[in-house]
Design a protein around this ligand. Structure first.
Ligand code: IMP
Ligand code: MG
Length: 180
């Protein structure tokens, strides 16, 4: 594995996003919705960088039946507790890959009658998009490579979420995992 974004770079980037969000949502009724589990590390860092806003938070877990590394056929594992109607909603998501998870979530929140729906994402694999999405307003990093990334909330087979940096997997890492 090799470091892609160091912990310092991640924190600097998240501070910038938090300042923007704080500015944009001052005086608004902000409901932050995290998509579990990947959002956890990004969201907890980002939330405390948003100043001057009385945000509420909630979580959704959406599971997809994976075909290889693709996500399709979504179902709710855990839906929201909060009232969404009329609220300004900000989705926090770890990564946009094909865009399917985000497209599904955005449509769901629109259907629930949100006043506005925006998205903050740590890593945007823009060249992998397969479905139309509402463009994320707050983007940490744009990522153009094909390799899977892990750490700082990102997992591979459920592991590595605790790493403090974001790493790019290399050929030998896939082999280690498969033979473990
Ligand atoms: P999408 O629905 O295809 O946009 O995929 C979103 C989900 O795929 C994310 O929430 C991640 O769980 C997973 N994912 C996609 N690429 C990566 C990666 O490089 N590392 C870790 N997870 C990834
Ligand atoms: Mg995930």
């Amino acid at each position: 594995m090799k470091i892609l974004y160091s912990n310092d770079e991640l924190k600097t980037c998240i501070r910038r996003l938090g300042a923007e969000i704080g500015k944009d949502y001052r005086g608004k009724d902000l409901l932050v919705i995290g998509l579990l589990k990947g959002c956890v590390v990004f969201m907890s860092h980002l939330l405390v960088e948003i100043e001057g806003v009385e945000a509420e938070i909630d979580f959704m877990t959406i599971s997809s039946y994976k075909h290889g590394t693709r996500s399709e056929d979504f179902k709710f594992v855990q839906d929201l507790d909060s009232e969404v109607k009329g609220r300004d909603v900000l989705i926090m998501e770890d990564i946009i890959d094909t865009g399917r998870t985000l497209a599904f979530t955005q449509a769901h929140l629109r259907n629930l009658g949100a006043n506005s729906v925006a998205t903050a994402v740590l890593v945007y694999k823009k060249s992998n998009l397969e479905v139309p999405i509402e463009e994320p307003k707050y983007v940490g990093f744009s990522y153009e490579d094909k390799e899977f990334i892990v750490g700082f909330g990102f997992d591979y087979g459920g592991k590595y979420r605790n790493l403090s940096n974001v790493y790019q997997l290399e050929e030998k890492d896939y082999k280690i995992y498969l033979s473990a």
